[in-house]
Write a protein that binds this ligand. Structure first.
Ligand SMILES: [Zn+2]
Length: 424
């Protein structure tokens, strides 16, 4: 085992037990709950250990600075004690120009995998170590970030931290988002979120998020690391189907108005229409009323998650599923309403930056169907993503994985990228 692989394993083992469910082996690391708070403490300790002052942006996002921390932000003095003296600055060398931001998120979906999020943060600290060990002298600060509530698993809005920082969500709306227990985001954070911080954003010249791949493209490409080209446009649509609740034993088949039939057909249609277009459609959530074994349902609600490479394809896909569902509803005597709940536009990562990094790393370039903080930040500063191979291709599940060798290759790639962007 190489020295770097050993240090990766050591850091990884330090967080692996936090928030892991003993039964599923998956993670329950919801934003600002005990496990995620422990990981945030781990972040501060790692930053402290490296002499990197930590600042918070008032939205729950953490930033560890190698190089000048921002003045006027709430640098965490308790944790930064002893790390902001002149010797730190002397050792780090001069800093000028915008900082290079890297990092990811700690939070997980319910019973999520170990790598989605934390891999980007662990790799970022190790990449800083690599640069320092190589004697690199950044001319721009290198900043490791941990964004809050990326998955939206607790408060319902994905990338909440990066949306707040960039002003892409209304502060009052964000503050009032509530989790399943009725706790608001502002209550969990301990204060009203601060919202957009253009001054802080303006200090960043680029953002590079390293992330475990959430598909099998790198397995097929036989490469450990890739550079992202784009995030597919995607969205969520709520399909509500109303019929007539009735007795399962006494209602003749011909007399039924069963919304479950319309729902079942809609799910099959979504799958078929997505396949026809090379797109993705999923119905992973359903609510049935009254949800009784011996009752014909009165109402079935299903949520369609749809994604495609181009906005037109996505639009056509959702239209087609809706048309088929409506046609089937007429046959079943049920009523359909479709409500868009959220849509995210195509994110094309900075072509110049992606091309530069792909050439630097001799890595393949891939699009992805998954949303990320990088997708939010891409509208505000040059942004790129690195993907690390996932042998199962599975994500948002305990089966998500990455080998130590590939994670090490990811750290080396990220260190080269940071060297390229921060040291010249
Ligand atoms: Zn993620």
């Amino acid at each position: 085992m190489s020295d770097l692989a050993g240090r990766f394993r050591e850091l990884w083992d330090g967080i692996a037990p936090v928030g892991r469910d003993a039964d599923s082996g998956g993670y329950l690391r919801y934003a600002l709950t005990a496990p995620e708070l422990r990981l945030r403490e781990w972040f501060r300790a790692q930053a402290d250990h490296r002499g990197m002052p930590v600042s918070e942006d008032g939205n729950g996002n953490l930033f560890a600075w190698w190089g000048d921390p921002p003045t006027g932000t709430q640098a965490n003095d308790a944790h930064a004690t002893g790390t902001r003296d002149s010797s730190t600055q002397d050792r780090d060398g001069p800093t000028r120009g915008g900082a290079v931001l890297t990092g990811s998120h700690f939070d997980s979906v319910p019973h999520g995998g170990a790598y989605d999020g934390p891999l980007g943060i662990v790799s970022a600290f190790l990449a800083v170590d690599e640069l320092r060990a190589a004697g690199a002298t950044p001319v721009r600060p290198v900043v490791v970030a941990a964004f809050v509530e990326e998955e939206g698993a607790r408060f319902g809005v994905p990338c909440l931290g990066s949306r707040l920082l960039t002003g892409e969500i209304d502060v009052d709306r964000a503050a009032g988002l509530r989790d399943a227990a009725g706790v608001s985001f502002a209550e969990a954070l301990g204060h009203r979120p601060a919202g957009a911080d253009p001054a802080l954003l303006g200090r960043f010249a680029a953002f590079v998020e390293l992330h475990v791949e959430q598909g099998r493209a790198l397995v097929d490409a036989d490469a450990p690391v890739a550079v992202a080209s784009a995030i597919w446009p995607h969205g969520r649509w709520r399909f509500e189907l109303r019929g007539e609740g009735n007795h399962a034993g006494t209602t003749r088949m011909a007399d039924r108005r069963d919304p479950m039939l319309t729902f079942a057909f809609t799910v099959l249609a979504a799958n078929k229409e997505a396949r026809l277009r090379g797109a993705h459609a999923t119905v992973g959530r359903v609510a049935v009323e009254p949800n009784a074994t011996n009752a014909i349902p009165s109402k079935v609600t299903g949520w369609l998650d749809a994604r495609a490479a181009e906005p037109e394809t996505l639009h056509d896909l959702v239209e087609a599923v809706q048309a088929k569902a409506a046609e089937r509803a007429r046959r079943d005597g049920t009523a359909l309403t479709v409500t868009p709940e959220s849509t995210t536009q195509l994110v094309a990562f900075d072509g110049g930056l992606a091309g530069r990094l792909a050439a630097l790393l001799a890595a393949p370039v891939l699009p992805t169907g998954a949303g990320h903080d990088a997708g939010v930040l891409a509208a505000h500063l040059p942004t790129a993503m690195l993907f690390v191979r996932n042998p199962t291709g599975v994500s948002h599940s305990p089966a998500e994985s990455a080998t130590d060798d590939d994670c090490t290759a990811g750290v080396v790639a990220l260190a080269r990228v940071l060297e390229e962007l921060a040291c010249h």
